[in-house]
Design a protein around this ligand. Structure first.
Ligand code: ADP
Ligand code: MG
Length: 467
């Protein structure tokens, strides 16, 4: 990693970064800031938490014409929450000079206030596609002097069904501009969109796996019969927000999943015997916060792209050291340590030696005490309520093919006597089914309004996906 002083940045920018305690560039920053400063278009892929916001923020703000109070940068984010986060980060970076105005313009907020703010102009607008498009159509948002456009979290935009809105927004952008597209993964649709909106883009892709040095690794020596209890002990002791539990076989995977569910932990399993649509549903429910535990085999987990895994647990130790490194590399984020736990049977201790040789480390396997092996956790226990996921997934039997948009579904949920917009999470739209995460506490109301209401004039069947 290199320090920011390696870049050709203004003194003001460097000293602000120092204040923010940004000393070393993250890999995506090191690779993308130089071409951004040169005005190149970019198609960049890097894991969530890798510092993408600062990458484009630093690169673009350095060239902003502050004396010109017109919108020069437009940043699109898929959700209100992400938009707020990005606006916050951009404001922090913008402190390098006084009076840079950043507006955050998202749905769910009063539009008249947003229009008033836009009348007073700003340098940068961050927002969500639906509301931005609306304001463009109303001509309250004018982008004649826009120089840079950023599509953030492209793959999530796609998941949420925003591609139509985004294409419409493009009609309003000046042809002469710099365009940056960031995404955690590059599905086919994003590549294709990239081809139409980017000019001679530079492509940056980063390995999505973390270095073992930033991962806290713990090894527990337990007998086979105590493994489930040890997993419960890990849950109790560390409360990881999300965990990926690796098993060596499909059978082991199934068993672990069903035993954990016996404790009411809402675990999901992913293995080679699942149909494609079952696999898709599992991934959606894990990613949208409806389950905090995914039990998987190595093969099934291949290509899995899940942000911010709190912990990786090796229920079975892998046979190969490389597999171990690969598995644990899925936890951890920029600036945050990952956690990796491994359960080792007494007979397998030689494997830890191989891992130590490979990592040049000297981990030892701890024999956990009785307070850690939580065989005493019963149904309805404290752990069960502590581990209850915040969200739950509902599905309706209509999707892309029925022209249902994320906005339609959000609208149907938040009607009068419906649920609060804050209680709606990720919406994943497939061809003939749409999944929506809602807060568990709002489940009944959400089901009721969806069952009683219509979307695009049609009634849909609602299902709760929580088994
Ligand atoms: P991404 O968009 O890639 O998911 P973010 O831009 O949200 O990631 O950054 C994740 C976190 O890392 C933020 O809290 C941000 O303030 C912090 N961060 C970004 N760059 C650096 C850096 N160079 N040094 C330290 N922290 C950083
Ligand atoms: Mg981001």
């Amino acid at each position: 990693m290199k320090p920011f002083t390696h870049l050709n940045l203004s003194e003001a920018m460097l000293s602000n970064l120092e204040n923010l305690k940004y000393e070393m560039m993250t890999p995506i920053q090191e690779l993308s800031i130089p071409p951004i400063l040169k005005g190149r278009d970019l198609l960049a892929q890097a894991k969530t938490g890798s510092g993408k916001t600062a990458a484009f923020g630093i690169g673009l703000l350095e060239n902003l014409d502050i004396s010109r109070n017109r919108i020069q940068i437009l940043i699109l984010c898929p959700t209100r929450e992400l938009s707020e986060q990005v606006a916050g980060e951009i404001r922090r970076i913008a402190r390098f000079r006084p009076n840079i105005k950043v507006l955050n313009i998202t749905g769910g907020m009063p539009m008249n206030k947003q229009e008033l703010s836009l009348k007073h102009q700003a340098h940068i607008v961050v927002g969500t596609p639906g509301r931005i498009l609306k304001l463009l159509n109303r001509e309250s948002l004018v982008l004649d002097e826009m120089k840079a456009f950023i599509l953030d979290e492209g793959d999530r935009m796609l998941d949420m069904g925003f591609m139509d809105e985004i294409r419409s927004i493009f009609e309003f952008l000046p042809a002469q501009r710099q365009t940056l597209c960031f995404s955690a993964t590059f599905p086919k649709e994003i590549r294709e969109l990239g081809k139409t909106i980017l000019k001679n883009p530079m492509e940056i892709t980063l390995e999505a796996f973390h270095n073992p040095d930033v991962i806290e690794q713990r090894f527990y020596e337990v007998s086979s019969g105590d493994k489930i209890a040890a997993v419960l002990g890990i849950m109790k002791g560390f409360k990881p927000e999300s965990s990926l539990i690796f098993c060596n076989t499909k059978d082991s995977c199934r068993q672990v999943g069903s035993r954990l569910n016996g404790f009411g932990l809402h675990a999901l399993t992913l293995h080679g015997d699942l149909e494609q649509n079952e696999r898709t549903e599992v991934l959606i429910r894990f990613a949208n916060g409806s389950s905090g535990i995914l039990v998987a085999t190595d093969v099934a987990a291949r290509g899995l792209d899940i942000d911010s895994l709190g912990a990786v647990i090796n229920f079975d130790l892998p046979f190969e050291t490389e597999t171990y490194v690969h598995r644990i590399g899925r936890t951890g984020r920029a600036g945050k340590e990952g956690l990796a736990f491994s359960l080792i049977r007494p007979k397998e201790k030689f494997r830890l030696e191989l891992i130590n040789d490979h990592l040049k480390s000297d981990y030892i396997a701890v024999v956990p005490g009785p307070e850690f092996i939580r065989s005493d956790i019963n149904k309805g226990s404290e752990l069960q309520s502590e581990m209850r996921p915040e969200m739950i997934t509902l599905s309706i039997n209509g999707g892309r093919k029925n022209k249902i948009s994320a906005g339609d579904l959000l609208g149907a949920l938040t009607v009068k006597d419906g649920i609060d917009g804050e209680d709606v999470g990720r919406i994943d739209r497939l061809d003939t089914v749409t999944f929506v995460a809602v807060k568990r506490s709002s489940k009944n109301r959400a089901v009721k309004v969806l069952e009683n209401g219509t979307i695009k004039g049609r009634r849909f069947k609602v299902m709760i996906r929580d088994s």
